[in-house]
Design a protein around this ligand. Structure first.
Ligand code: NDP
Ligand code: 2IT
Length: 446
């Protein structure tokens, strides 16, 4: 490894030793960049690595709210404004009990390179709270979202920072946050994406991340002269991304045989299709967090407390959360003949799992490339909001597909140019990095 790269990784490890997810994300990106740093001394001269691993700004605040009984609760709220070299900070908001500063820093850091890959003018950011939605009433969720925005509103804006959804934040939460922003600012602007379709949202945004994952998978399969037609696919999660990926995988002729939740996974030999896909939305909306409901309703197999990576499939699409494929899962997938792993969730695979994929000739796409369709369509929502018009479904879908094809090509080209053909980790990191780093140099020492 290049010595400048290893020095910066070491500094991050020492300075933020308790931020394990952030260290994992930084290490993965910087290791790929060794190849670039060796060739291009300007990045060391301008100390780009030391600068790119520090957020431009972190906002940390308390979020007080009252439950339906009038009891007071306090959660922690965050917004990481990581990098604005390419445009306003852009990235989702996550509400989940597991949220920490380390998790949001890793997500915001990945977002910088993902947004760069889309080719749209967006910087990188992420936010969230350790609020647990499970069992909360409508009123409690609304009061929480309003309180969260009562602090956040002063830090964001359509030309400054444009949040969107992520785990636990869908159309309902975006609606409550948008309403509060509008009330406080007295402005109706495109300050959030993922808005409702009749008040500024973009068609296809709800489906976009999952659609994009499958479009990316299709391009990867083409490089080996294969297609998704007739392929068996394992999907994890049953949320927004899993849902979109299931729809598109079906449209392209694949059979989705698993879904999963915190309670285990379902195995459906007939495939998750038709009304079963609509049922995913019901399961998510029920707030029960329980994928076993699917097995009970459609009389299929349920495997408690396990992940779906032990099933025989051709393609794996992890769509739940970070580090959901470990080395053991990776070995199981390989043993069962899986040839493609395309991440829907961010940082789905541990470093050991990635190593296993790469050394066994599995085509593996990191989330920052393959799940970029969500934020890309957020970018398209921003454009539509600026023009004050709404494109038809076909137009947005066509643009999304073109963007995914282009991202795939950028990854393939960068991997090849830097001597590691077929390595999408290096391809995505290098292609994403160079645009951001060059913009940082152009904009001076800021
Ligand atoms: P949802 O909230 O709709 O669904 C998340 C799913 O993952 C649920 O099934 C959820 O179950 C499960 N999950 C979440 N956290 C954990 C955990 N710690 N352990 C086990 N299961 C967990 O979120 P999304 O579908 O939007 O997000 C899924 C992934 O995709 C995330 O990694 C997100 O960052 C990524 N992503 C999302 C984009 C978007 O536009 N929404 C864009 C790009 C990436 P539970 O009920 O326990 O939460
Ligand atoms: O991880 C992600 O890319 C998202 N959660 C979507 C971010 C966005 O701004 O649409």
């Amino acid at each position: 490894m290049n010595s400048y790269v290893s020095q910066v990784i070491e500094e991050v490890k020492q300075r933020y030793f308790w931020e394990k997810e952030f260290i994992q994300a930084v290490t993965e990106v910087l290791e790929s960049l060794s190849l670039v740093i060796d060739k291009e001394p300007k990045y060391k001269k301008y100390r780009i690595l030391e600068r790119i691993v520090e957020p431009e700004r972190i906002i940390f605040f308390r979020v007080p709210w009252t439950d339906d009984k009038g009891e007071i609760h306090i959660n922690r709220g965050y917004r990481i404004e990581f990098n604005s070299a390419l445009g306003p900070y852009k990235g989702g908001i996550r509400f989940h009990s597991s949220v920490t500063l380390s998790i949001l820093k890793f997500l915001a850091f990945e977002q910088i390179f993902k947004n760069s890959l889309t080719g749209l003018p967006m910087g990188g950011g992420k936010g969230g709270s350790d609020f647990d939605l499970k069992g909360k009433s409508e009123g409690e969720v609304m009061r929480f979202c309003q309180s969260f925005m009562t602090e956040l509103f002063r830090h964001i804006g359509p030309d400054t920072d444009v949040p969107a959804g992520d785990i636990g934040v869908g159309a309902r939460e975006i609606g409550y946050m948008f309403g509060q922003y509008k009330r406080l600012k007295n402005e109706f602007t495109g300050v959030l994406t993922g808005k409702g379709l009749n008040w500024g949202g973009s068609l296809i945004r709800p489906e976009a991340t999952g659609f994009g994952v499958v479009y990316f998978a299709e391009e990867m399969l083409k490089t080996r002269k294969e297609s998704l037609e007739g392929k068996r696919v394992a999907i994890s999660g049953f949320g927004n991304v899993a849902w979109g990926a299931t729809i598109k995988a079906n449209e392209l002729g694949a059979k989705v045989v698993t879904l999963s939740g915190p309670d285990g996974y379902i195995y459906d030999e007939d495939g998750v299709k038709g009304e079963k896909i609509d049922y995913m939305l019901e399961m998510r909306a029920s707030g029960r967090d329980c994928v076993k409901d699917y097995a009970d309703k459609f009389k299929v197999k349920f495997v408690a407390n396990r992940r779906p990576w032990e099933v025989k499939v051709d393609v794996a699409l992890p769509c739940a959360t970070q580090n959901e494929i470990d080395e053991n899962d990776a070995k199981n997938l390989i043993k069962n003949g899986c040839k493609y792993v395309v991440e829907g969730s961010n940082m789905s695979s541990t470093p050991q799992a990635i190593e296993a994929f790469l050394s066994n000739n599995i085509l593996y796409a990191p989330g920052k490339a393959s799940n970029a369709g969500g934020v890309a369509t957020s970018g398209l929502e921003m454009s539509q909001n600026s023009m004050r018009l709404q494109w038809p479904r076909e137009e947005v879908d066509k643009r999304l597909r073109e963007i995914m094809v282009k991202i795939h090509q950028s990854c393939v080209d960068a991997a090849k140019d830097y001597g590691t053909p077929g390595n999408y980790v290096n391809g995505a990191n290098i292609a994403g990095f160079k645009k951001v780093a060059d913009a940082m140099i152009d904009q001076g020492l800021v």
